[in-house]
Design a protein. Structure first.
Length: 477
């Protein structure tokens, strides 16, 4: 999986269908980093060739390229397919590594000054992109954005992408991260199961509680979740807070502002809803000990009806998904009449971060491989192979989509301008995944009350805000 972000100024929201404005980071004092010192002084010009209409970035023919691709729920075949086209065009060998340990394998290489050219920096063991960017080790990708699209030489690559992709990839003054996938987060379910049982997907928290009571009577658990990785629950919990309380108050949370959690009534409402689900026994017994794969398997085998996840789940859970399951994702639930965002609001944002190492042997080639991936051909190949959208707008229009992907695409369409993106998990994963993850785990087992979760979360956020070793970011209201 990749991480997250959100939209920003209201005037921009009115101009785009899927927005994400990431505020310029305000850098604090950086801690010592295992990834080494500053960036390569050649500014990405190493092994650069002549430019032309067919080779706008100036890839030098025959120069080898190295790609490190996270091989998780999306696999890595889609990248191999793009690499094959790169090899065909430029006569260059592409050394490919598919792995789930991007950080452990590449930290020593960044420290040693010999990183690979293109990196899909995803998964639990990813590199700290904030530190790499601050140290100048990532290639500025502006040249890629300004290059002509492979599909239309009259259109720049940047004009083919969701605006949120452009904003989320910016660190301070440089655009140095390209988020390739477009992930829809939410509550996933089987349309077939709901139809067979005569149940309807709930519109509100109250509707959900009522339906859970009916579901439990049938001997099936209403919910499951990956208790080994409780941050999966944050995919929806955080977005529910933003949907109900409004973006301004969520931005205060992203910015680690004092009392941002404790003064926001939407936080209380959302966390109390999860407390109620736990108190009434609406989570599958033993969920606290499940990995994401185990939780997904329990869900696809009908042991639970609902599960929080991202749109990569269709591909990842394919081995255990029965024929006709008809996987779907629903919009965020209504809290009440005072909700600041309408029904149909969904969390949909760029994910799967790709970076080009400035100190690689062929950074120009790394950018060109990204340009190939951003073609309509490979965006559609990605959708076909891994059942996920990309950051290329409209790439899947007219395609016959799998059930989960079709549902995700429809959710984005229905959401319109109301597409949420959350920065907290992207900027401060040690806060959300480690500190808050432990709290959420206890909340869902009934060992922690909502009020305690909120108070402790505020305490942790305040500690991070005061910690000068943590790189700080800010978003504009």
């Amino acid at each position: 999986m990749g991480s997250t972000s959100e939209f920003n100024r209201r005037d921009l929201v009115k101009r785009a269908a899927a927005l994400g404005i990431t505020a310029v980071p305000a850098m604090g004092i950086l801690s010592a980093c295992a990834t080494g010192g500053g960036g390569n002084e050649d500014n990405g010009t190493k092994n650069k060739g002549a430019t032309s209409a067919k080779n706008p970035l100036g890839v030098k023919n025959g120069v080898p390229l190295e790609a490190f691709i996270f091989k998780g729920g999306l696999g890595d075949q889609y990248a191999r397919d793009a690499e094959a086209d790169y090899h065909k065009t430029y006569g260059a060998t592409v050394k490919h590594t598919g792995t789930q340990q991007v950080g452990p394998k590449l930290q020593p290489r960044f420290a040693g000054g010999n990183p690979p050219d293109l990196i899909d920096n995803s998964g639990a063991d990813h590199l700290d992109m904030n530190k790499l960017s601050a140290q100048g080790q990532l290639q500025d990708l502006t040249a890629l954005l300004d290059a002509p699209s492979p599909d239309d030489p009259k259109k720049k690559v940047r004009d083919t992408l969701y605006p949120s992709t452009l904003e989320k990839g910016r660190h301070k003054d440089a655009f140095d991260v390209l988020y390739y996938a477009f992930v829809v987060y939410g509550t996933w379910y089987s349309r077939k199961l709901l139809k067979d049982k005569g149940w309807e997907y709930p519109e509100s928290f109250d509707d959900m509680i009522k339906l859970c009571g009916e579901i439990k009577k049938t001997g099936v658990a209403p919910w499951t979740y990956p208790g080994k990785y409780p941050y999966y629950v944050h995919f929806t919990l955080f977005a529910q807070i933003a949907k109900i309380g409004g973006l301004d108050k969520w931005i205060a949370i992203d910015n680690l502002e004092p009392k941002a959690w404790t003064s926001n009534d939407a936080v209380r409402q959302v966390v109390e809803h999860y407390e109620e689900l736990a108190a009434k026994g609406y989570f599958l017994e033993g969920s606290q000990g499940l990995t994401h794969i185990q939780a997904q398997t329990a869900w696809t085998r009908g042991k639970a009806v609902f599960m929080p996840n991202g749109s990569w789940v269709e591909n990842e859970a394919a081995p255990t998904t029965p024929q006709g399951f008809d996987m779907a994702v629903g919009p965020l639930f209504n809290g009440g009449a005072d909700d600041k965002m309408p029904h149909g609001t969904v969390r949909a944002e760029p994910g799967e971060p790709f970076v080009v190492a400035k100190g690689g042997e062929n950074p120009t080639g790394g950018m060109e491989l990204l340009r190939i991936l951003l073609s309509k051909k490979h965006a559609q190949n990605f959708a076909t192979k891994v059942k996920s959208l990309t950051s290329v707008q409209g790439a899947t229009d007219g395609m016959r989509l799998s059930p989960g992907l079709a549902s995700a695409a429809q959710a984005v369409k229905d959401g319109g301008r109301n597409l949420l993106m959350i920065q907290l998990q992207e900027w401060y994963p040690k806060l959300t995944d480690e500190k808050m993850g432990g709290l959420t785990s206890r909340l869902l087992t009934g060992d922690l009350k909502a009020a305690e979760w909120i108070a402790k979360t505020q305490q942790y956020a305040d500690e991070f805000a005061r910690d000068d070793s943590v790189t700080k970011f800010r978003r504009a209201a």
